[in-house]
Write a protein that binds this ligand. Structure first.
Ligand SMILES: [Zn+2]
Length: 516
């Protein structure tokens, strides 16, 4: 609809300076015309997209202006920084080549001055357009959370209601997905609501809309804080974010083993193979068949085929049974990467799968207060499954037994053997640019590091301290439903912090001691 904007402009350098002025004025006129016409007859998203395109075209004009400026002054090598005519004239006359200047000095001076003025005009117009776009979108979306909050590793999803709606809208907007695929905002909202309904359908304690939104936000966080945005195509980024949002759609709060063991309908449909993951993916694509929820209606047939295939492979890879093979593939990839610099689509897919898998199990890599809230929920969901196994299926040895399972050892094992290796492999890939708030907690993260490294160590060490004191009973407030005594556990968090601090001091001492 508005592709004509980019077609009207050319970034080619004009052949001579008399053409330059005409070109520049013509292109600026087209840009202002575009802004004028869109105000009346388009919806807000189309409007925002046009403003964005106009901004980009103004960038192009600015680029040409700078190019012309450097061409015009190549022989005189002068950089005029003053808009004052007298000073500029003095600069021009004193510090430029007199031979070049004799015949054309006045004309060239005028054009340089015009360029300087035009540059500041373009800058001001761009600033205005960008601010306007941002404000309008903020007002239009009317969300309880702002985009900056979602950029934080320490963002706590549990504190907000209707989490999937604002997370989908803000992350899709941040990655230019809404404007790129011309997604109607009402359709996107309806899709997010339908997604929430699916996630809350079975009232799972942990695998609900909060978990879906949390995984989406974590994937977004990993992307923006890393150098990976330049590695992936826009289709791949879109597929990753979409897969994260939908990856546990209609989760019943029971795991694959249970569904297979009880010969459930789902297990029979998918022949016991990644039963839940097959269902999440299949059910969400079925949802997209409904016009009211089809946010991808403007995607080309070819792109949709690639996108769908990628989403399916990403969601299927969230089956925890794939964990070991995924980490092994990722490690092998690094082994070969050292000698081969080319990136194939298989490499990208493995990396995308690792990112989603890492986000899926990232609770233990988040600051303690966030982690402990989710632990209580996920373990309670396991225990409910154990209760069902005992009552309805006469299973005396359920996988999770609220009377016998050692929550402390369960967490130690999960963090040490599953979460740590996953984040270790991810640390090799990502170059995180900065830490966020949780760095305040950390006495050992003064040097460049990843936000999860300290949190992972602290969470694991806290449980180890509890195990050392054999204090499992006092950390429980109630057994059914599982309630942890978070206040009491906090004393172990402090103990773990002290331990880590001493260990770091000891390690740095060893590094400084000669002949060790
Ligand atoms: Zn999940």
């Amino acid at each position: 609809m508005n592709n004509n904007i980019s077609n009207n402009f050319s970034k080619e350098k004009p052949e001579n300076s008399s053409m330059t002025t005409v070109n520049i004025l013509g292109r600026l006129r087209i840009a202002t015309e575009q802004v004028r016409t869109v105000q009346t007859n388009l919806n807000m998203l189309e409007y925002a997209e046009i403003l964005d395109n106009v901004g980009k075209e103004l960038d192009g004009i600015l680029y040409n202006l700078v190019d012309i400026l450097s061409d015009d002054t190549r022989s005189s090598e002068i950089n005029i920084t003053s808009n004052d005519g007298q000073i500029s004239k003095w600069l021009e006359q004193t510090f430029s080549s007199k031979q070049q200047r004799t015949m054309t000095a006045t004309g060239r001076f005028e054009s340089i001055k015009a360029i300087i003025q035009a540059s500041s005009f373009v800058n001001a117009l761009q600033r205005q357009l960008r601010m306007h776009t941002k404000e309008q979108l903020g007002v239009m979306l009317n969300l309880p959370v702002d985009a900056n909050q979602l950029n934080l590793w320490s963002f706590n999803m549990i504190e907000h209601s209707d989490p999937l709606t604002f997370t989908v809208l803000l992350t899709f907007h941040a990655h230019n997905i809404i404007s790129h695929y011309r997604i109607d905002i009402e359709t996107l909202k309806s899709f997010a609501h339908a997604l929430t309904e699916g996630y809350t359908k079975f009232r799972a304690v942990y695998h609900n809309d909060y978990h879906g939104a949390d995984v989406l936000q974590t994937v977004h966080c990993l992307l923006i804080k890393s150098n990976l945005l330049n590695v992936f195509t826009h289709t791949e980024i879109t597929a990753l974010l979409f897969a994260a949002a939908v990856h546990d759609f209609e989760h019943p709060g029971l795991n694959n083993n249970y569904l297979v063991k009880t010969k459930s309908d789902l297990a029979l449909i998918y022949n016991d193979f990644s039963v839940l993951e097959n269902h999440h993916s299949s059910a969400v694509f079925k949802l997209l068949r409904d016009k009211r929820f089809n946010i991808w209606s403007n995607m080309s047939i070819d792109e949709y085929r690639i996108f769908r295939s990628l989403v399916i492979s990403l969601v299927l890879a969230t089956d925890m049974a794939n964990h070991a093979s995924l980490i092994e593939r990722m490690s092998t990839y690094f082994f070969f990467k050292e000698t081969n610099t080319t990136t194939t689509s298989t490499d990208s897919k493995t990396l995308l799968q690792t990112l989603l898998h890492a986000a899926d199990i990232s609770n233990a890599a988040k600051p303690w207060p966030i982690y402990i809230q989710s632990t209580e929920k996920v373990v309670e969901e396991f225990f409910i499954q154990g209760d069902l196994e005992k009552i309805y299926y006469d299973d005396n040895k359920p996988t999770f037994d609220r009377e016998k399972t050692d929550v402390v050892q369960l967490q130690i094992g999960f963090i040490a053997h599953i979460v740590c290796p996953t984040f270790d492999v991810l640390s090799k890939v990502l170059q995180m640019d900065s830490l966020d708030h949780n760095s305040k907690l950390s006495p050992i993260t003064a040097i460049h590091t990843f936000p999860w490294q300290y949190d992972l160590q602290l969470n694991l060490e806290t449980w180890r301290q509890v195990a050392k004191d054999n204090d499992n009973q006092r950390i429980l407030l109630s057994q059914k439903p599982l309630k942890l005594n978070t206040e009491y556990l906090q004393t172990y968090v402090e103990k773990a912090k002290e331990y880590l601090k001493k260990r770091t001091q000891h390690e740095s001492l060893l590094r400084c001691t000669p002949f060790m």
